[in-house]
Design a protein around this ligand. Structure first.
Ligand SMILES: Nc1ncnc2c1ncn2[C@@H]1O[C@H](COP(=O)(O)OP(=O)(O)OP(=O)(O)O)[C@@H](O)[C@H]1O
Length: 315
């Protein structure tokens, strides 16, 4: 085992409707067994992850490690907290316990038992380096581990977060179904919107964008592979734009999306991979970042791929 003095645990007890607590009980049992010092910092409300991670990164003792237990939203907030601190390169450990868990799916650790994960994390001598997205707009800079979406998927996140169905379906361990069920409601109401994308000095205009996903790995919405080609290890961010579609085209495309991923080849889908690009949307649309709502407005964002160190075993 590598030298680890203390673990600072950021815990969202509410993530995954209790899955995070179940994971923590297993991890805690192991830590108590090996007599390792730890302190739990529980998030109480939205934004706590940022505040706690920033404080911890500013005050971390040598040989201590920060470990996040929660869903994608808690990890997102913790990453942004560290980035806002005086030690923005502080590595983050992560044990997934959310309902969607798209980041852990994207880096292929989702199915690992929390006890096995913590053992592997403690055995790591060096953190893993994983791509993250950086989104700069006029008033702020935000980092994301999964994706930023504008349009249909973001409206779906909004609808899911504000619907009682999510709690019920999550309790039944049907997180993806919660997303899909909201999707049906959203499809009826989501309009197309104008969008400009600038990549490699060239601007492309879309009159009728419908789904826009700037993504670090394949998944959004709890396992939907919007971009099967994306990988968080290539120092690129992918961008998928789906034109407004309806009727049989819609059914065909969504069947491909949910089955074999061949939607990327469809003429209604535009896809690119680049280290940097710029997006401007010209209608008040819903936005989402790692499943957290970004509000409903026009977006004007510079995207860049960045990298962060994680206490996450990749092998
Ligand atoms: N004690 C708390 N009570 C209610 N909400 C909380 C609490 N602590 C954190 N939160 C908020 O809960 C939200 C969801 O957290 P998170 O994304 O980690 O879980 P999840 O939605 O179950 O997982 P996933 O994003 O992987 O689907 C975040 O916006 C976070 O700010």
């Amino acid at each position: 085992m590598s030298k680890v003095g203390k673990l600072e645990i950021i815990l969202n007890e509410r993530a995954g409707n209790g899955q995070s607590m179940q994971a923590w009980k297993k991890v805690q049992h192991y830590l108590d067994n090996i007599n390792l010092n730890y302190q739990v910092h529980t998030t109480r409300s939205n934004g706590d992850g940022v505040r706690i991670a920033k404080y911890l990164a500013n005050n971390l003792e040598p040989y201590s490690r920060i470990i996040v237990l929660g869903g994608d939203g808690t990890l997102n907030q913790s990453l942004n907290g560290v980035k806002q601190s005086n030690n923005p390169d502080t590595p983050l450990g992560y044990i997934p316990g959310g309902s969607g868990n798209d980041f852990s799916r994207g880096i292929k650790i989702r199915k690992q038992n929390p006890t096995v994960l913590i053992q592997k994390i403690l055995a790591m001598n060096e953190p893993s380096i994983i791509d993250v997205g950086k989104a700069q707009s006029q008033d702020n800079t935000k980092y994301f581990v999964n994706n930023i979406g504008i349009g249909l998927d973001a409206f779906t996140v909004y609808e899911t977060n504000h619907s009682k169905r999510k709690d019920l379906l999550n309790k039944m361990k049907l997180g993806t179904l919660a997303y899909v069920s909201s999707l049906v409601t959203v499809i009826k109401n989501q309009n197309s919107f104008p969008l400009d994308v600038t990549v490699n000095g060239e601007t492309k205009h879309f009159d009728d964008a419908y789904i826009v996903s700037a993504t670090n790995h394949p998944y959004f919405g709890g396992g939907v592979a919007i971009d099967p080609l994306a990988t968080p290890f290539d120092q690129k961010l992918d961008l998928v734009i789906v034109h407004k579609i309806s009727g049989l085209t819609f059914i065909k495309l969504f069947t491909e999306l949910f089955t074999n991923g061949s939607h990327l080849k469809d003429k209604n889908v535009w896809h690119t991979q680049a280290a940097t690009y710029h997006l401007t949307s010209y209608a008040p649309e819903h936005g989402q970042m790692d499943g957290e709502e970004l509000g409903q407005h026009n977006f004007d964002i510079d995207f860049t791929v960045a990298q962060h160190k994680f206490w996450i075993p990749l092998h």
